[in-house]
Each structure stands twice: as structure tokens, then as C-alpha cells.
Ligand binder design. Structure first.
Ligand SMILES: [Zn+2]
Ligand SMILES: [Zn+2]
Length: 277
């Protein structure tokens, strides 16, 4: 299957750069964020050509060549069962793999969601896929994330959600971008899990800007009223999908809103997780 059509590359580099200027991507400190995107774009520049692997540039009819697909996923990493934050190697030696471990932040102040499944850390080279998906409309990256999230879910002992929803974009951002990158992952993930995927249950009623420099309480207040629920989630286990999880404040606010509306359980499915900086 040819996954990289000419139509998926209709954004010029200039348009991409402008998109960056107006749609700040991730809630990391501004300078670090700019560096990360510049470096990911640099890696993309010579590589993301039709018929080439998005990561190494070797010939490939798939988004990733077989070697990259085998190499970069499923890196053994002990993560907090609640928020998927990578935990230190010393813990990994102490704890058995089947024991749920938690980071200090989740123990001190548990978030509203119950579990988070993350594929890998948000860093090179996989961050390239998130940038491709978010800024170059390369929706095949969403399919790739969904395939690996489904495999990770099958390997876990997490219960199957009743419904899967994407973290919504504000209406203005959705219009500007033309698609929701989280839905590009959530839809194929729901299909693979044979679970209903629904992008209309949650709406983003207020856009929240970068908040990495705010403390946790301020972050929570900042996103507290960002979401509105329009479907019936009473008694349901809701799976929430996002491309990148940074502080977790947005997912916490969304889970809080879902639970206030009666959701029984919330599990996050995120492609990439930012390690603590
Ligand atoms: Zn490759
Ligand atoms: Zn945690």
C-alpha cells in the first residue's frame, strides 16, 4: 500500500512554518519546544519523500520501513501506571514487571483518570511522526500510532473501554488545521478494538495556552472549564486518545469533566509521553 500520496504533501514548508508560529504544538517551555520542532523538521526535510521511510529515509512503501518499525517501538520502560511517566531504572530492578507502580506526583495527588497507556517517550526519532501527523496532515502516522497502541493494549491487562473519544480541539483550531490529530489516532484505534469511537461526545469550549511554567494547582484551574460533555457517559469506561501527553493537566481536566458527568472510569491512550524535564 502506498501510504504517502502527493495529496498528503500539499503543505509547503512555508505553510508549515507559519502553522508553527500560530499553533504552538506542545506545552514544553517555548525555547525547548521550538528547538524540538526545528530539529524534527530538519530531519523531515530530506526524508519524508514518497516511498521513503519517515524516520530513516530508506525505501519503504509503508510509513516506516520494517527495520525502523521493529527498532523504535516497545522500548522497555517502566512507567507510572496512572500517568505513564517514565520511572527510574533503580525502580525497574526492584519491582516485578507485573506490579503496578506509580510516580510520586500521582501518589501525592492522584489525577482524575485511572490509567494511561503510552507507546514511547516524546523524543527523537518518533517525535517526527507526531510532527508529521500534526503539521503535515500525514494521517498515516495516526494509523501507525493506533496499530501500536492496540498492540500495547492487547499486551496489558487494562479493561476494554465502552467508548473511545479524542481530546478535542477548539472550534477555531479545528477550522485552522482542518482535522484533529487525536481523532486521526482514535478512529483507527476504536476500529481495531471494536469499540465505538465518537468525536462528538466531548467539545473544547475554551482553548488553553501553554502552561508548562505553571504549578500543578494553577494548571488544573487553567483547564478546569475547558471541556463540555454532550453525550451520555454515565456509568461508562471512557478511553481518551491524544497524540502527545506533556504535563497531563489537559487529560486530567478532561477526565475530571467526564467523571463529573458520571463516567465510571477513564483510560488515556497516548502515542508519545514527554519525560519529566
Ligand atoms: Zn526506516
Ligand atoms: Zn504518575
Amino acid at each position: 500500500m502506498r501510504v504517502f500520496s502527493a495529496s498528503s504533501r500539499h503543505f509547503s514548508d512555508l505553510a508549515v512554518m507559519n502553522a508553527h508560529r500560530f499553533c504552538l504544538p506542545f506545552r514544553t517551555p517555548a525555547a525547548a519546544r521550538a528547538r524540538a520542532i526545528a530539529s524534527a523538521l530538519k530531519r523531515l526535510a530530506g526524508r519524508a519523500l514518497p516511498g521513503q521511510c519517515a524516520l530513516c529515509g530508506n525505501l519503504s512503501q509503508e510509513l516506516l520501513c520494517e527495520a525502523c518499525d521493529a527498532q523504535y517501538w516497545n522500548e522497555p520502560r517502566l512507567r507510572c501506571a496512572t500517568c505513564a511517566l517514565p520511572l527510574v531504572a533503580s525502580l525497574m530492578r526492584r519491582e516485578r514487571e507485573d506490579v503496578r507502580v506509580h510516580c510520586a506526583a500521582c501518589l501525592a495527588s492522584p489525577p482524575a483518570f485511572n490509567d494511561t497507556l503510552a507507546l514511547a517517550d516524546y523524543r527523537a526519532p518518533l517525535d517526527t511522526l507526531a510532527v508529521e501527523l500534526k503539521f503535515r496532515a500525514r494521517l498515516a502516522a495516526g494509523e501507525t500510532f493506533a496499530r501500536h497502541l492496540h498492540a500495547a493494549f492487547e499486551d496489558s491487562d487494562l479493561p476494554v473501554p465502552d467508548v473511545i473519544v479524542p481530546v478535542p480541539l477548539s472550534r477555531a483550531r479545528l477550522v485552522a488545521r482542518g482535522y484533529n490529530q487525536a481523532w486521526a489516532i482514535a478512529r483507527p484505534l476504536a476500529r481495531r478494538m471494536s469499540v465505538r469511537g465518537d468525536a462528538s461526545i466531548v467539545a473544547r469550549v475554551r482553548h488553553t495556552s501553554a502552561q508548562s511554567r505553571l504549578d500543578q494547582q494553577t494548571r488544573r484551574r487553567n483547564v478546569a472549564s475547558a471541556f463540555a460533555i454532550s453525550g451520555d457517559v454515565r456509568g461508562k469506561h471512557v478511553g481518551v486518545v491524544d497524540d502527545v501527553m506533556t504535563s497531563g493537566a489537559t487529560l486530567d481536566a478532561l477526565a475530571r469533566t467526564l467523571k463529573l458527568s458520571g463516567a465510571r472510569r477513564v483510560t488515556n491512550f497516548v502515542a508519545l509521553r514527554t519525560p519529566k524535564d
